[in-house]
Write a protein of this length. Structure first.
Length: 173
C-alpha cells in the first residue's frame, strides 16, 4: 500500500498555491512559499491492560473504521506528546482507568482505514496494570471485556491487522 496521507493534497496549506507532486507519494513541495509536506507514519500507542488473573482488556470499537470490531485501548499521540503520557490519556478517555505502564512490547506498523485512503501508523505497544478505576466504555469504545490469553477473539474479529502479532508478543514474553 502506498502512503495515503498526501494523496488528496493538491494545494499548499499555507498559501493555497498548487503543490509540486513530482516526489509523490512520499512528499509534496510548494514552489511559491517553500512549504514541504512529508508522508509520515502517524504515531500511536496501544496498551495490553492486564488484570491480576492474567487476562487482557479489549475494547469493541464504537466508531468507523472497523466499528464493532475488537481493539486494544489506545490511539493517536498528540503533537509533542510523550508515548507514556499518551497511554495515560488514552486509557482514561476510553476506559476510565488509571494505569501503570509496564513492559514495552514493541513497535508495529499498520494502516488506519481502508485503501486507498488509509494512513500508515507506527504503533507503540506496552503492557499496563490497573492502578485505579473500574473499566467503563467511553469516548470511541462501545464495550470493554476481559479475556484470558487463550480466549481472545479470532483474528478476523480484530479491527487492525497488527493486533494478532501484538497479542502473540504479549503471550510469548
Amino acid at each position: 500500500m502506498s502512503p495515503g496521507i498526501l494523496r488528496s493534497w493538491r494545494y499548499c496549506p499555507r498559501c493555497a498555491s498548487e503543490l509540486d507532486r513530482s516526489h509523490a507519494p512520499a512528499r509534496v513541495d510548494c514552489p511559491v512559499c517553500g512549504f514541504v509536506g512529508h508522508a509520515n507514519s502517524s504515531p500511536c500507542v496501544g496498551v495490553i491492560v492486564e488484570d491480576e488473573e492474567g487476562r487482557v482488556l479489549l475494547a469493541r470499537r464504537a466508531i468507523d473504521p472497523y466499528r464493532g470490531m475488537w481493539d486494544t485501548p489506545g490511539g493517536y499521540l498528540e503533537e509533542g506528546e510523550h508515548p507514556v503520557d499518551g497511554i495515560h490519556r488514552e486509557l482514561l478517555e476510553e476506559t476510565g482507568l488509571t494505569v501503570e505502564p509496564g513492559e514495552f512490547l514493541g513497535a508495529f506498523m499498520d494502516w488506519y482505514g481502508d485503501a486507498p485512503d488509509a494512513n500508515a501508523t507506527l504503533n507503540l505497544f506496552w503492557t499496563a496494570s490497573v492502578v485505579s478505576g473500574d473499566p467503563v466504555p467511553a469516548d470511541d469504545v462501545a464495550e470493554l471485556r476481559w479475556f484470558a490469553a487463550h480466549e481472545v477473539p479470532p483474528d478476523e474479529e480484530f479491527a487492525f491487522t497488527v493486533l494478532p502479532s501484538v497479542l502473540d508478543a504479549w503471550r510469548s514474553r
